[in-house]
Design a protein around this ligand. Structure first.
Ligand code: AMP
Ligand code: ZN
Length: 114
């Protein structure tokens, strides 16, 4: 399913990435085009196309990814705060069709987002 998916390729090592943290369920790696001093992505190792595709039995995995984002933020020293974003679908600005959480920090974020 994910053989053509760029994030599946990163998960299984076919495309290099700066790996920050991982376990059997998720991988956290640096975003290639950083929008903040800290900008990493957290992805499930399993291919899920987007937040809109989450099945009821995957809600625990979603919570796990959120908790891991907080853990990575703590380890990155983002004590002043950070933002977690899940762009979803065309209007959401999603460009890679493998569910991912953006963790952004190290500067003040703006609201509303663009
Ligand atoms: P989104 O627009 O929410 O789908 O975010 C996709 C993100 O993936 C963007 O911030 C890209 O910079 C990032 N990205 C795309 N390809 C790679 C890659 N090979 N390694 C790291 N980050 C990537
Ligand atoms: Zn994938």
């Amino acid at each position: 399913m994910g053989s053509d998916c760029v994030f599946c390729k990163i998960v299984d090592g076919r495309i290099p990435a700066k790996r920050i943290a991982e376990d059997e369920l998720y991988l956290c790696f640096a975003d290639l085009n950083a929008q903040a001093p800290t900008h990493v992505l957290l992805v499930p190792k399993q291919h899920i196309a987007s937040l809109a595709e989450i099945a009821p039995e995957q809600t625990e995995l979603l919570g796990y990814l959120m908790a891991k984002a907080a853990e990575v933020a703590r380890e990155a020293g983002l004590a002043k705060g950070y933002r977690v974003v899940i762009n979803t679908g065309v209007d959401g600005g999603q460009t890679v069709d493998h569910l991912h959480l953006h963790l952004l920090g190290g500067r003040a974020m703006h609201w509303p987002p663009g």
